[in-house]
Design a protein around this ligand. Structure first.
Ligand SMILES: *Cc1c(COP(=O)(O)O)cnc(C)c1O
Length: 382
């Protein structure tokens, strides 16, 4: 294709298409907040927490300012800090390990499964041993439900129970996904999610929430969320944060949550079409029996060093791609000082060199997707 006829880039995630669908409802919801002026902890915050509890089946929802804070709140509430080890996968977004360091604990990296990209439950025990050999107290594990797909929560619960670990599920990318017919938000001791705009359920800025069935834990997190308040805001019973979800964002999320189930169905149809169109030219993602994915990313694997050439070819045809994640956390400058569990992280290293994500969102039209599939097939058959 010559430069003159080069098509414009299609969106990787089309937030504008969703905006067009929701404009009247969202504009009215935001106008209501502008009129009542309760910008912090207004009625929409409670209403959204209740709607998310109903959607996920979690008993308590504590909304907060970001997905990162949603991971910090439970760790802080549990008193996890210096001298403690927090086990997490190396192949994830940095925030998963960042929160361990933010509370003063030490992250210990473990490997992920080759087909699901999620933590290997069988490697948790080895990481517990590694922590102990370093004089650290293993306190928690943060499994991540990467790219929209739940981790193996039954196996994780078994490994965590054997070692006395608190399980904090990082569902920042996977709200709405199910594991044996239950939505995420109901596994582990607490689940964190993010409403960053690019996540499956995104707001128009930053936001997050913690879900838990533990009432006492939820109460402590509600206190930490607003400066460690006790019976009122001038009664300070612990050190806290400023981590409220803005009323405006809650108002946006209430409207977005209404169409979210429909969007999940649309995303799944797109994933099925990708798999049909690409499974003979690359490794397409697999959803194990008993799981559903919300497809935060559609990540294929391209071996033999052809990944970057594929990205270049697609870019020239107006198709954006992204690499999540080019460098696993145990190799990142900010994290390479932290220990790796005894079982190693060989798969994380391999995946970092092979993964590439294709455009994925609920509004990807069939003809545009066909273009992506055709271009990918052409590039990989070369
Ligand atoms: C996005 C993300 C987070 C952090 O969420 P923010 O809202 O951006 O703070 C944490 N963990 C994972 C796996 C994520 O993808």
């Amino acid at each position: 294709m010559n430069a003159r006829t080069q098509p414009a880039m299609i969106p990787f995630i089309d937030l504008a298409a969703q905006r067009r669908r929701l404009a009247p409802a969202v504009d009215e919801a935001v106008a209501r907040v502008l009129n009542h002026c309760q910008f912090a902890m207004g009625p929409e915050v409670r209403a959204f927490e209740a709607a998310l509890a109903a959607f996920t089946g979690a008993k308590n929802v504590v909304s907060c300012a970001s997905g990162t804070d949603a991971l910090v709140l439970p760790l802080r509430a549990r008193g996890i800090g210096p001298g403690d080890a927090v086990i997490c996968p190396s192949f994830t977004f940095c925030a998963t390990a960042e929160v361990a360091v933010l509370v003063g604990a030490t992250p210990i990296f473990v490997d992920v499964d080759e087909t699901t990209f999620n933590i290997k439950p069988g490697d948790i025990a080895a990481a517990v041993e590694t922590a102990k050999s370093l004089g650290l107290k293993p306190k928690a594990v943060i499994p991540v439900d990467l790219f929209g797909l739940p981790a193996d929560h039954a196996a994780i619960a078994g490994a965590a129970e054997a070692a006395g670990l608190f399980v904090l599920d990082d569902a920042a990318q996977s709200l709405g996904a199910t594991y044996h017919n239950n939505r995420l938000g109901t596994f582990g001791h607490a689940t964190a999610t993010s409403f960053f705009p690019a996540k499956p359920l995104g707001c128009y800025g930053d936001g997050g929430a913690v879900m838990t069935d533990d009432d006492a834990l939820a109460d402590v997190m509600r206190s930490i969320r607003i400066h460690g308040h006790g019976s009122d805001k001038y009664d300070n019973v612990r050190i806290g944060l400023t981590s409220r979800l803005d009323t405006m964002q809650a108002a946006v999320l209430i409207e977005k949550l209404k169409i979210f189930p429909d969007e999940i169905v649309a995303r799944d149809k797109i994933a099925v079409r990708y798999a049909e169109g690409l499974r003979d030219v690359c490794t397409v993602p697999v959803v194990p029996a008993g799981y559903t994915s919300v497809w935060a990313q559609y990540t294929i694997r391209v071996s033999g060093g052809r990944r970057d050439a594929l990205a270049d070819t697609l870019r020239a045809e107006g198709i954006p791609t992204a690499i999540y994640y080019p460098i696993p956390l145990h190799r990142q400058q900010a994290y390479k000082q932290f220990p790796v569990g005894k079982a190693g992280v060989a798969v994380s290293d391999r995946l970092a060199g092979e993964v590439i994500a294709l455009p994925m969102h609920a509004y990807l039209e069939a003809d545009v997707q066909d273009r992506i599939i055709e271009a990918t097939r052409r590039a990989l058959k070369k």
